[in-house]
Design a protein around this ligand. Sequence first.
Ligand SMILES: Nc1ncnc2c1ncn2[C@@H]1O[C@H](COP(=O)(O)OP(=O)(O)OP(=O)(O)O)[C@@H](O)[C@H]1O
Ligand SMILES: [Mg+2]
Length: 655
Amino acid sequence: MSQNLNPKLLQKLTYDLKVAVHKNRLVGLWRVLTGFRLLYLGAMIAIVLGAFTRVYYYRVVQYVIDTVVGEGRNTQHLPWLALSFVGLAVLEGTFAYLRGIWSAETAEGIALRLRDYLYDQMQRLPFAFHDYAKTGELIQRSTSDVDAMRRFYADQALGIGRIVALFVVNFTMLLRLNTRIGLLSVVVMPVIVAMSYWFFGRVSKAYDRYQDQEAKLSTVLQENLTGVRVVKAFARQPYEIDKFDRENWERYHLGKKLLIMHSLYWPLSDVLCAGQTILVQAVSAMMAVRGEITVGTYIAVMGMLTWIIWPMRNLGRLIVQVSTGLVSYRRVADVVEQEREDIVAGSVPLDAQIRGALTFENVSFSYQPMAVLQDEDDKRKDKKGKEKETAEPEKKEEELKPVEVLHDISFRCAPGEVVALLGSTGSGKTSIINLLLRFYDYQEGRLALDGVELKDYPRSLLRRNIGIVEQEPFLFSRSIRDNIAYGVHREVTQEEVEQAAQAAAIHDIILTFPQGYDTIVGEKGVTLSGGQRQRVAIARALLKDPRILVLDDATSSVDTETEEQIQQALEVLIPGRTTFIVAHRIQTVMNADLIVVLDKGRIVQSGAHADLIQQPGLYRDIYEIQSRIEEEVVAEVERGVAESEFTFEPAGVLA
Ligand SMILES: Nc1ncnc2c1ncn2[C@@H]1O[C@H](COP(=O)(O)OP(=O)(O)OP(=O)(O)O)[C@@H](O)[C@H]1O
Ligand SMILES: [Mg+2]
């Protein structure tokens, strides 16, 4: 972004838009203008001066007709008068040009700044926000809503300014020429203003719904594309197509309604304006015939009248479009005003060394649902839309209750120890890990890292020192090398990347790809198998060389043999770093220093394997079931029955 930008523009671009948010949309739009106001003022002034040149053009026409042609006086001025026509035209052109470049610089600059800010904002919003915000909605707000705001500054606000300027200047001049004609030329004005005001209200609402429907449509599209594999696997194409069709129809109807409203308004205002012109024309023609006004005045009146009628006719359109700008402002402001996750706040210095001793003391945690991106208009619509989507609004209420997922969690581990989290699905393992990285903050109890409360650590410090392999690792559509080196904030050598890949037992596989480490991973990592993706993610976490390593079910899609390979590599790498392992197989967690067994968000057992195996309880039950299955498997294999088709999923035992 920063290339070729002068420092002044850069300063404008770094203005914190959060302070621009205001309940009153017009005030908000005025604040968004910060840094561009002088330019914009220049554009406005150019418009007013442009209006004056127009009026003086007719004044010169009037003078030429009445004085020079009519009375035959001052004929020697004729060349100068001709020159002044040219001069006025050049002036008008210059003002139009200045207005064009200044307004473009303002509007485009504001849009650039908005897009940048929104992108930044979305990177920095907390997990809790992204859990509840729809991607399509966010895309919509940072593209088409920003564009609507750009048009507000580029066309609508200036357009209205132009209309007002033209009206004031021409109307004043008409009054000065002839009061009766002047007053007569605005009789339709109140009707047009009233009509456009009514229309403005209607279209604003319709546009609101139209915009919302567009967001819905992009959400459907985006979800469908992300989940294309699920859709195909479950043969749900007809359902998905139908769903899209319905939303698409809805949008068609809303769009058609908008256009029909417009096609009613235009002819109607045309008729009114035509009536107005005929009226003034007839009256002033009669006055000219009777000699009450000169022919030059008559012609000047006709010229100026066009510049009053024309603005009147367009005022409605612009006011309507302003309403779309206002709606979009609100939608953008909704995202802008969200609280960012502060990644540097915390009393611990950012460059502190972490040893990796962790203490959980009666930690309880619940996910706090938030109602995000629901503005007044949405809520209003929710009420109205109740008949259509009866179940939804009530469901929303219900969803907003916090869900407590961790109760009274207490355990501790020394630096360099391995902690295994074991428990059925939904028991809270990932949630514990979410707390470690401060993806979410716990509500009760104490969680200390090296004796200091976790909330005192800047998030960025924690995240730099914790390497995580997530349960569903995400790979970018870049080369495998880039994916592995992603978390390291420095240049890495090919050797380092390969070492990490070797430890994650993926190096040999990568070499079999035609482009090796330069192979581009497909979107969402689909060109790799699940296990391969997990191993790339492990390599990514290992290359980071973190003080704390977190493996959330990192080997679930890997066969036992490969898992052992990784396990061995980890054993070499693990010494010195605290490691959290989430796993379903006892085999994986047996050697851990501490095994924490979770059930429904509570710790039901904890200790080392040797101790846990002695006590009756969940751990021993799981152990027995898993060993029995394994014994059976061995027996079956020995009997030679199971060679071909049997499948078994040890993870399923816990599920
Ligand atoms: N972002 C979230 N917002 C609200 N509730 C959540 C969120 N993530 C998880 N939960 C809930 O928290 C509970 C614990 O989920 P968690 O992901 O910690 O389970 P887990 O032990 O990791 O399960 P699994 O073995 O399936 O990964 C679940 O009941 C789940 O519905
Ligand atoms: Mg999980």
